[in-house]
Design a protein around this ligand. Structure first.
Ligand code: ZN
Length: 460
């Protein structure tokens, strides 16, 4: 099977040029001007952008949280991803039973994904307790299982202590792997949650007020210090929501520390006032960290422009508004945390970022595809358009106008937080390893086509 994509504006992290791409057996074989070959399929991309497929480094498909399960599994979630221009995901595994080892959750997640995912997928390991056997087990996860990054949490039931975080940072650095962290100060959050519930302050807005910016920025600063103590261990802060956190990150980066930051579309497009929407609509936005004050948005865009934020991922973790989210109607602390976004990331960032001139198209490619592929050990197989790379390609029509709505999306959830936003530019074709999986917002791929991505660490 071979394919020729002709006359498109091809963009990579470093280049933008008019050209053709010739693909054979899922791999990019030739890139050039006027490639004169026959092919099984010829795609005319005139007037359109031809870009590396999106890499979403932060999803939670099929995650079990207590007695509730996120609405998208590895089939529905990756169908939505494909229609929105994402060709690979790295899913954050959820917590397993108390005391389980690292391979336990890996087995569970392989089972969730195999035969279901329609695009390629990897997993971040999750460390929910730290003892000698877990620390010893990390090496085989990195070396034999292709898990070159792990996540720790500084809040929630399976949070790690500073000492435990330090042990993880030291071990992962030794293996050339990345520590990713959910940074929030557990004590601050518990104090306010208990106080607000006692005082009967249980509306959705109190979710945000119980998790002030300082509860995030303190934890970010602490992790930066611990990574420093660990000998400049690679540190990746997930879902940075506010400038107070970025101040610490920017300072560390100026000192050449190995600190990387991820933000998500919800922190660029939504804000804290939404928790006050009538009829408890605010429950839709209960996620952690919470939405912040609007003034953060321009500052986060600036941090993207200045290379201080390396990645925009989604933290996709959807729950229905009718049903799941209603658990929080009388008490925000009972509401499942998370929201959808796997399908809208690329369209939102293209339209509101590139088309509105906030970032240029090379920067767009860098933050949605190239950087996550590089940081998490998938590059150059993923994250670029180059000879020898997988033919994971999206075509975006910059003239296509779309109004985002629940009805036009494929996410398996009953709302989108981006309802009614008018976009200019939308993905019209998504290809994974040479196979077209979505065309004009219709999924045309195949259940189970996705392959597991065994990821490289920087040493092994
Ligand atoms: Zn998450």
């Amino acid at each position: 099977m071979d394919t020729l994509i002709k006359n498109g504006t091809i963009v990579t992290e470093g280049k933008e040029f008019l050209g053709d791409i010739y693909i054979r057996d899922g791999i990019i074989v030739e890139i050039g001007e006027n490639i004169d070959k026959t092919a099984d399929e010829i795609i005319d991309a005139r007037g359109k952008f031809v870009l590396p497929g999106g890499v979403d480094a932060h999803t939670h498909l099929n995650i079990h949280m207590g007695d509730i399960v996120a609405k998208d599994d590895f089939y529905t979630g990756t169908v939505a991803a494909a229609c929105g221009g994402t060709t690979s995901i790295i899913d954050h595994m959820g917590f397993g039973p108390k005391g389980c080892n690292l391979h336990h959750q890996l087995k569970v997640y392989h089972k969730y994904a195999a035969g279901n995912a329609v695009i390629d997928y990897g997993f971040h390991g999750v460390i929910q307790q730290v003892d000698d056997s877990i620390i010893n087990e990390i090496e085989s996860m990195v070396r034999d299982e292709g898990i070159s990054s792990f996540k720790i949490y500084l809040t929630y039931d399976n949070k790690v202590s500073d000492e435990e975080a330090l042990k993880v940072l030291i071990k992962l650095k030794e293996l050339g792997a990345v520590t990713t962290v959910h940074c929030e100060n557990d004590g601050v959050i518990n104090y306010f949650r208990n106080l607000f519930v006692r005082e009967g302050k249980t509306d959705p807005i109190y979710h945000a007020l119980s998790r002030p910016e300082e509860s995030e920025s303190e934890a970010v600063n602490r992790m930066i210090s611990l990574a420093d103590v660990a000998g400049d261990a690679p540190l990746y802060i997930v879902h940075v929501s506010c400038e107070k956190s970025m101040e610490h990150i920017v300072k560390a980066q100026r000192q050449d520390k190995n600190v990387m930051a991820e933000t998500c579309p919800q922190y660029l497009f939504l804000d804290e006032t939404m928790y006050r929407e009538k009829n408890l609509q605010g429950l839709k936005y209960i996620m952690s960290p919470p939405l912040r004050k609007k003034e953060n948005q321009d500052l986060l865009w600036k941090d993207i422009s200045n290379n201080n934020i390396q990645v925009v991922a989604t933290d996709h973790c959807p729950f229905d508004f009718k049903g799941d989210k209603q658990r929080g109607k009388d008490d925000f602390t009972k509401c499942p945390n998370g929201g959808p976004g796997i399908e809208t990331r690329i369209p939102l960032l293209f339209s509101e970022g590139v088309m509105k001139g906030r970032i240029d198209i090379k920067k767009f490619v860098t933050i949605v595809s190239t950087n996550p592929a590089k940081i998490f050990g998938l590059y150059p197989k993923k994250g670029t358009i180059g000879v020898g790379s997988d033919a994971d390609i999206i075509i975006i029509d910059p003239e296509k106008e779309v109004t985002l709505s629940k009805a036009m999306l494929h996410e398996n959830v009953d709302y989108t937080p981006y309802e009614g936003i008018k976009l200019k530019g939308y993905p019209v074709l998504t290809m994974v390893r040479g196979k077209v999986v979505a065309r004009d917002n219709v999924f045309v791929g195949e259940k189970g086509y996705g392959e597991y991505l065994s990821r490289k660490s920087n040493i092994l």
